[in-house]
Design a protein around this ligand. Sequence first.
Ligand code: SAH
Length: 349
Amino acid sequence: MYNELIEKLAKDHSLTREEYLQLIRNRDKVRDRAAELACGVREHYYGNRIFIRGLIEFSNYCKNNCYYCGIRAGNRNAERYRLTGEQIISCADTGYGLGFRTFVLQGGEDPYYTDEMLTGIIRTIKQNHPDCALTLSLGERSYESYRLLKEAGADRYLLRHETANPAHYGTMHPAAMQWENRVQCLKWLKELGYQTGAGFMVGSPGQTEEDLAGEMLFLKEIDPQMVGIGPFIPHQDTPFKDKEAGTAELTTFLLSLIRLTLPGVLLPATTALGTIDPLGREKGIEAGANVLMPNLSPTDVREKYLLYDNKICTGEEAAQCLECLKQRVRKTGCEIVTDRGDYFPGANK
Ligand code: SAH
């Protein structure tokens, strides 16, 4: 019966809440078939091509206090840094030389970077590299700010909703942060024409299997072009330091379900997945993921952008990381390519 459900998902790209829940509860019985179907769907849209995005972690200052995150404002032990506009632009130049054609600017919510500064940085990177896509991951901002950044040339925006359950959201964030606002931001981003990424942590404290079924329905409804998921991993200097981590086993199964629900979605095998399991990123690709996001940040700041404990790849140069990933990907039968890796309009239908 579970096998019928997974075949139905592969055919219809949608299930009821109860059906998703049945699959999640009985994932051991359908995992292999789910992965096989998910890889078939990925193959249909993208062949064996894995896209790379150069991640530039430009600031670990943050005004927020998410209970799970290592760079939360309240963490006095975090050594804070900010990259200058010039440093950010130079990271992109280095990345271009290595073959990257997408750059992701990610940081804590740091008001130091005004719209004016950011639009200047975006314009310069797009001028220097007109054949590249630029992705932002700067958290919640106003509609007007998102509009200005888009107008300056940003193409994509990653803003994980973290959980589709507002009550669960309330247990992971202080009252100043509201689920409704985050979801409003996601809708604005889509409306403004960004290729938009939603996503959630897997195995975050308090998350139930029912919640995960809810995640699938939420993603289907929002219909994002990208979905970022990774296991929750505790950070020693946060209120969630003693909570249990999420697993690679559950994360990879959910990657398959997401691929089957949103067939054309751009779906990363994340660094958190590679941290919880040494072969996590390979397993993610084998479950249906098609994006990797190696780090392009300068080596001396990498070990300061710590969202969770034991983060991998904080020591290597960008070129080393890329070489290592190419070899890892080859073992899965896929291949890293240097395209911009845009989303096909309508591919989730
Ligand atoms: N400030 C930006 C970027 C946040 S960091 C924003 O608000 O979107 C990117 C993602 O890392 C977060 O969305 C969250 O899902 C993930 N993350 C944060 N802490 C984590 C932890 N302890 N374990 C796993 N993932 C974590």
